[in-house]
Structure formats: structure tokens, C-alpha cells
Design a protein around this ligand. Structure first.
Ligand SMILES: Nc1ncnc2c1ncn2[C@@H]1O[C@H](COP(=O)(O)OP(=O)(O)O)[C@@H](O)[C@H]1O
Ligand SMILES: [Mg+2]
Length: 401
């Protein structure tokens, strides 16, 4: 008999990140995109201080007004268990012993947490332990692309152009401000950009065209992160491309030129302004650059996705000087930093089709991973036990001999 059980999808959002609020907004967009007849959406909200909750009330953005979410009815404490037997959530974990009925099985996890503790591989690590398929980049790709310094190194090695930059650590900056300012000025002309290595949404990012501004920007950026990047400012336009896929099956979207606060306006367009809203005055789609440059950037996006072992979806942002055709890859925003659902709409995929495809890609990657051999049995323990362990040291020797 055909199985009609809805696929349960855990949407995790909020989190201990400076991008907490953006995550709440994106999560509502994702939850609404799913066909509610075929998917059971389980919202999971992590507070700013790291407490986990579930409840249908989390699906209403109004509940979050004035930070009043935790005083709403129907909010339940919850944790995602790393124990494979649970394959999901444990409800009310603080109530003491929990029964089978308090385990909520989840088929797929869909992380929608921006930045730290969400986009950086930590949450993905928990999904790996729990052995649940999950949407988006895996642990390594998430951690790597979350770090602007490491990303530059990997891309450069793969012949993808990036803006020149240097790394400044917090300790070095606090110990020796003058030396660092001289070092930067010896290498770059003003203006320069100063950015924390691992944040997003322009938080802590500064543009400096004088020593005073450079120092102030470094003070700000090193407050947010232990490592900071200083790089040449590109005088040009920004171009974004969304990339979706797994393995060798990679698709790229049309390109856009964002004009301001693109991520936030994507939501506003859809839910606050009404109508199809996708073509707003805040972005130009397709981006106003030549067909040739468009194709080059789309190919660079594919190459970059492969270079960082991309999976699921990401939005790749470029800095472009259209007159010369010069382009630099600025950053790779992994899911959920940028679902860019509107870009796929231009490619004739509805938001529902995109989120469903992402769930499918998560299941494919999971199935692929199960082909790896994890259980490698040896007789090491039996041999060690047979010879008798007289203290760890002699035991280890006995096994080796
Ligand atoms: N080297 C640069 N030259 C010109 N503009 C830049 C440069 N680096 C960053 N920017 C501007 O700052 C914004 C935020 O920087 P970005 O690297 O995207 O960090 P975030 O992770 O915070 O989004 C970019 O969207 C772009 O407008
Ligand atoms: Mg950015």
C-alpha cells in the first residue's frame, strides 16, 4: 500500500548568532514555501542564549514581536538528540526521564540559522551524529565557507579570482597598532575593507579611507572576531549567483545585481508588499552585464561550488568591474545565508519546488554517505583481552608485538 505519511522536516532557526533576527525572518519564508499537505513542518527555535523550543506558535512571525516568544502558549522545550535511536527531538528533556512518546522523529533537518553556530558546521556536526539527512552544505564545506580567510585560500588554489587581502589577528592588533597600520598601507591604497573572518550580513564590516577610519574599523572588527581580513576595495558592482546541486549535478541561477539590503527585501517583497514582488527596485535581474561575463561568472560559481564540496544550495557573491570584465569572488553564503528563492523563480522554479528539491538533495547525499564503510571490525579487543591488560602501557605493547 502506498505510504501517505507526511515527511517531517525540522526547520531550525534563531540561534546564538548576531544574525538571529534575519534567521527568524528567513525561516518563516521557508516554512511557508512547503506544501503543507505533503510535509509536516516542525519549527525548532533556538533562543539568543542557546535554549531550544518547538511549537506551532513559532510559525507566526507576530509571536516574535518584542522578544515575547517564550511567554506564548504552546512553547515546549526540546533538544535534538545525537543518539541515533531517537532520530529526532526529545520533548521536555528537562522534565526528567522521558518516555517513547516524547521522542519526535524527524526525517530531514533544514537549518535556517545564519552565521555562528548554524552556518559554520557546528549544527551540521550534530545532524551527522544524529544520523539524520540535512539540507545544505556538510560540516566541512560549511566551516570552510564560513571563514573568509580560508575560503580565499581554497579559491585561489582553484584559480578562482579573489580580492587581495591580509589577515590581522586580535592579539596582534592590540599589541602593535602602529606596525599593523603601516603594514596595511605598504600593501594597499585606501580605501580598504575590514571584515571579521566569520560573520555575515555586513556585521562588523568597515570601509576605511584614512588612518583614523582604518583604526576604528579594526577596533570594531576585532571585537567581533579573533581574525580579521583587510582587503582592497573594489570600485564596481556586486553580482550574485545562486548555485544548487550535489556531486556533478550542479545548476546555476540567473545573475542579479543587488542594490541594497537584498536579503531582507526578499522577504519584504514577498510577504509585506504583496504581489509577485520579486522584481523590486532593490535588485536588477538579470544583472546588467554582458552575456559573456554572465557565462564566465556562472562557470566560476560552478567551479567554486565544487572546490568547496558544495551541497544543497548557496549564493555566491562577486565584486565586478563591468568596464574591464574583471570579477572577484567575494563570498560563498551557504544555506541558509541566502536561499535566494527569487533567483530560481526567474529560472522557473517556484519557492515550493526549490525547498522540495533541497530536501531531495539532502536525502540523496545521505544515501550516498551510507555507501561509506564505517564499521571496520578488527580482533584488536579480543587479542588484547586474551593476553590480559596489565596497565594500559603493557597492554598496548602486547597488541603491537
Ligand atoms: N573588497 C571589497 N570591495 C568593495 N566592496 C566590498 C568589499 N568587500 C565587501 N564589500 C561590501 O561590503 C558588503 C559586505 O561584505 P561581505 O564580504 O559580503 O561580508 P558579509 O559576510 O558581512 O556579507 C558587500 O556586500 C559589499 O557591498
Ligand atoms: Mg555578503
Amino acid at each position: 500500500m502506498a505510504q501517505n505519511r507526511k515527511l517531517s522536516v525540522g526547520i531550525i532557526f534563531g540561534g546564538r548568532s548576531v544574525e538571529h533576527d534575519v534567521s527568524i525572518v528567513t525561516a518563516q519564508q521557508v516554512m511557508n514555501a512547503f506544501d503543507q499537505d505533503r510535509y509536516e513542518i516542525v519549527p525548532i527555535y533556538i533562543t539568543r542564549d542557546g535554549k531550544w523550543y518547538t511549537g506551532d506558535v513559532l510559525r507566526n512571525i507576530d509571536s516574535f514581536k518584542n522578544d515575547a516568544i517564550l511567554s506564548q502558549d504552546g512553547i515546549e522545550s526540546v533538544v535534538l538528540s545525537p543518539d541515533v535511536r531517537h532520530h529526532g527531538l526529545i520533548m521536555n528533556p528537562l522534565a526528567g526521564r522521558f518516555s517513547k512518546s516524547e521522542v519526535k522523529r524527524l526525517d530531514v533537518m533544514f537549518p535556517v540559522i545564519h552565521g555562528t553556530h548554524g552556518e559554520d558546521g557546528t549544527l551540521q556536526g550534530l545532524f551527522e551524529l544524529a544520523d539524520i539527512p540535512y539540507v545544505g552544505f556538510a560540516t566541512m564545506g560549511s566551516a570552510l565557507t564560513n571563514d573568509k580567510i580560508i575560503t580565499k585560500q581554497i579559491l585561489r588554489q582553484n584559480s578562482i579570482p579573489v580580492v587581495d587581502g591580509i589577515t590581522v589577528t586580535r592579539d596582534a592588533w592590540r599589541a602593535n597598532r602602529d606596525d599593523i597600520v603601516s603594514q596595511i598601507k605598504a600593501q594597499f591604497a585606501y580605501p580598504v575593507f575590514v571584515k571579521p573572518a566569520t560573520l555575515g550580513s555586513s556585521i562588523g564590516v568597515g570601509r576605511a579611507d584614512s588612518d583614523e577610519l582604518l583604526e576604528a574599523s579594526l577596533d570594531v572588527a576585532t571585537n567581533f572576531d579573533r581574525r580579521v581580513i583587510v582587503e582592497t576595495a573594489i570600485q564596481g558592482i556586486e553580482i550574485n549567483c545562486s548555485v544548487m546541486g550535489y556531486g556533478d549535478d550542479i545548476s546555476v541561477s540567473v545573475l542579479e545585481q543587488p542594490l541594497s539590503w537584498a536579503d531582507f527585501l526578499a522577504f519584504e517583497d514577498k510577504y509585506l508588499r504583496g504581489g509577485d514582488g520579486m522584481k523590486s527596485a532593490d535588485r536588477i535581474i538579470p544583472a546588467p552585464i554582458s552575456d559573456e561575463l554572465t557565462a564566465t561568472i556562472q562557470q566560476a560559481s560552478r567551479d567554486a561550488f565544487r572546490a568547496v564540496d558544495g551541497r544543497g544550495i548557496c549564493r555566491i557573491d562577486f565584486l565586478v568591474e563591468p568596464e574591464t570584465g574583471t570579477y572577484y569572488l567575494n563570498e560563498i553564503n551557504t544555506m541558509p545565508g541566502s536561499l535566494a528563492l527569487y533567483l530560481w523563480q526567474e529560472t522557473n522554479l517556484t519557492p515550493s519546488q526549490v525547498v522540495e528539491k533541497l530536501v531531495k538533495l539532502a536525502q540523496d547525499a545521505y544515501a550516498d554517505k551510507r555507501r561509506n564503510v564505517y564499521d571496520y571490525k578488527t580482533n584488536l579487543v579480543d587479542v588484547a583481552a586474551g593476553r590480559g591488560l596489565k596497565g594500559a602501557k603493557s597492554g598496548a605493547k602486547a597488541v603491537r608485538s
